[in-house]
Design a protein around this ligand. Structure first.
Ligand SMILES: Cc1ncc(COP(=O)(O)O)c(C=O)c1O
Length: 457
């Protein structure tokens, strides 16, 4: 019997194309609307923030888009990432299930985020951009873009959610090491930041506010700066499909095919990156894998949010999209998985969820850390708190398989390591973490501020 743990590909197995699910979407996309006029956005409007190559990718319906050589050269630093079988975890759970995970924490930034940061920096560079702005929650995205901007010699301004800026000084230092300028958001550098601080000087910040600041900084720079987003948009999810394309080949090496594919969801990019190439196999090839997106109880946009049009950011400067949302000015409870504290979700994931192609579950913070601890002690890797949500769901699947006496093949995305998240682990071990229930009243208040959009039925 094979006892192989690690399924490795060679450098020349790095995918040469990204997979664009728009080509195979079983449901038509809803229009993206201008935040002021509420009319469909034009490329000119988007071009203030993004280079044209990325705008074209955003709306493309080509099934495969070629990965530029310059991007592949940098992917080679850490791709292909390994696929591992969690044999020790299986044993600890006494389950007949086979548990596989794709490990994206081997990138220099420590997560899947460089998969899109690198091409975004590249397309900006070739269109003449000199400087980028972005936001970051826990710091994973900011570190990834700082890494990419360093390679392409671009300046970078990062608006980091204030609570994380203070909780995670090492993430800030990492971004600075790569050459980025990092600010604690809300700042007094933007009109929106000053307005927020004026109303509430101790505001701890949120992803929605930090996005607004980064968008404003780019939009008011008279063309000197562009903006970059680490999740939610079609082109971002598409860049992440290198994860699933590799995993398809690696599952082949393992001689198995997953029954269920699991990923945590903040804006949806690591989940989509793993899931969409397998979903293509369901749609085009008759495979029957199930897909499970995992979110925190504290920000359950898929499982408890409303599927409607909403702004992408708190200040209502980013486009309006149709998504499952908790309301653009909802400030989520301060869970440690900062990267999952977003009010909305990628429109393509929402459309697929609404049409029944994906399932979603929400999990509490304490059970998530309990799963992360069990994983660390059986497999050795200390997971990012975000990725720990996927571990929780994978363990629950494995327990369910044990209870039903079923052999089940489980594949999940371990989207990042948690080596900079020790304070969160310490709080868990010191019994200082708490569960946050669904914040009914805060969501209700935020939902009253949705844009009023009239769409033909
Ligand atoms: C390690 C990790 N996983 C997951 C996420 C959630 O983002 P997404 O849903 O876009 O993958 C983040 C976001 O910062 C992250 O840092």
């Amino acid at each position: 019997m094979s006892t192989q743990n690690r399924y490795q590909l060679n450098e020349n197995d790095i995918p040469k194309f990204w997979y664009n699910i728009n080509a195979d979407m079983p449901v038509p996309p809803a229009p993206v609307l201008h935040p002021q006029t509420m009319e469909p956005v034009t490329p000119d409007f988007l071009n203030v923030l993004f280079p044209m190559d990325l705008i074209l990718q955003e709306v493309s319906t080509e099934r495969y888009i070629q990965i530029p050589e310059e991007v592949l050269e940098i992917y080679k630093i850490y791709r292909p990432t390994p696929l591992l079988r969690a044999r020790r975890l299986e044993k600890a759970l006494d389950t007949p299930a086979h548990i596989y995970y794709k490990y994206e924490g081997v990138s220099p930034a420590g997560s899947h985020k460089p998969n899109t940061a690198i091409p975004q920096a590249f397309y900006n560079k070739i269109s003449g951009t000199k400087s980028l702005t972005t936001e970051t929650g826990a710091g994973q995205w900011g570190s990834a873009l700082a890494l990419a901007c360093n390679f392409f010699d671009l300046d970078l301004e990062v608006y980091m959610v204030k609570v994380s800026y203070h909780q995670k000084p090492y993430r800030r230092i990492m971004m600075e090491t790569y050459g980025a300028q990092v600010y604690a958001s809300p700042t007094d550098l933007t009109n929106y930041g000053r307005a927020v601080l004026g109303a509430y000087p101790d505001n701890p910040g949120s992803l929605g506010i930090a996005i607004s600041e980064a968008v404003e900084a780019a939009a008011t720079s008279e063309g000197k700066k562009k903006y970059s987003l680490g999740s939610v948009l079609n082109h971002v999810l598409m860049h992440q499909t290198v994860i699933g394309e590799e995993a398809l080949k690696q599952m082949d090496l393992a001689g198995e095919y997953p029954d269920v594919i699991i990923g945590c969801v903040g804006g949806g990019s690591n989940f989509a990156g793993l899931a969409y190439p397998f979903l293509r196999q369901n749609i085009l090839d008759g495979q029957r894998a199930r897909f499970v997106a995992v979110e925190p109880n504290a920000t359950p946009s898929l499982t408890r949010g409303t599927y409607t049009f909403d702004y992408g950011d708190t200040a209502r400067m980013a486009p309006i999209v149709k998504m499952h949302t908790l309301g653009h000015d909802f400030v989520p409870p301060p869970i440690h998985a900062g990267g999952l504290r977003y009010h909305g979700m990628a429109p393509s994931i929402c459309a697929l969820y609404d049409a029944g192609y994906l399932k979603a579950v929400s999990v509490p913070q304490l059970a998530t850390f309990q799963a992360a601890m069990q994983f660390a002690r059986s497999e050795g890797i200390i997971a990012a708190p975000e990725s720990a949500h996927a571990i929780r769901a994978a363990i629950d699947e494995a327990i369910d398989a044990r209870e039903k006496g079923e052999k089940r093949v489980i594949l999940f995305n371990l989207s990042g390591h948690g080596n900079f998240d020790m304070a969160a682990y310490q709080a868990y071990m010191g019994n200082q973490l708490e569960d946050y229930e669904y914040p009914v009243e805060a969501v209700k208040a935020a939902m009253e501020k949705l844009p009023k959009i009239e769409m033909p039925a």
